[in-house]
Design a protein around this ligand. Sequence first.
Ligand code: PAF
Length: 271
Amino acid sequence: AGRTVVLVPTMGALHEGHRALLREAHRHGDAVVVSIFVNPLQFGPAEDLARYPRTFAADLRVCAEEGASLVFAPTPDVMYGAGAQITVHPGPIGEELEGASRPGHFSGVLTVVAKLFGLFRPDVAVFGEKDYQQLTLIRRMVSDLDLGVRVVGAPTVREPDGLALSSRNRYLSTMERPVAARLSAALRAGAAAGAAGPDAVLAAGAAVLDAEPGIRLDYLTLRAPDLAPPPVSGPARLLVAARVGSTRLIDNVPVSLPEAGRPAAGGPVRG
Ligand code: PAF
């Protein structure tokens, strides 16, 4: 009908972060489609597929309130009916960071996203920056496989203390909740040290994490915006993953390093 279709893929358990994705979607088109599907292909055998929160009735209300034109909520059988054999391989970026501790995860994500793109042929698709490696890989898939979808990244929505909104936050106990907020504090400290260069960014972030015994760090790393090896200048991304109790959390922020050719603040001064 000539309308611009914007797809918002989700796994349900919709929260304020998802509402922000839907609002962003309306800025890019006039028919917003939401998919709600807890995708078994992206969960490892030891992961939380069975206990992943399912709040379908409440999710439908959120979609209605946020003006979705259509909600697609298939069963696993509908998505992966008999005989499906082909999956998407995420390449080297999919093997590291989240991919290193969650083998097969990104293949599962890219496969379901490619299928959703095939089913809806959206003009635009919106994903949260909170899952930054996922967003990067989806952009890469669209570009490498010429899928012709414009991928929009929406900024992370945070609690007042900085904790990034996530469906998994509900697993945190009252004691763990303030500990989890230290992850975003570490990222803020790292980003604030950007003008002093990459080493200072990592040192500032690590200092916050080291001071919190309740955090079991998986990685704190500085990368280029496309997750290529760490840049020495210009825009970069600081990413963290850690366990708080039994809950694995991830977060990331943009960082501005000094422009090439300009000494880092506090760095060597030539007289
Ligand atoms: O970010 C998510 O909720 C999921 O990984 C996605 C993109 C909906 C694919 O299942």
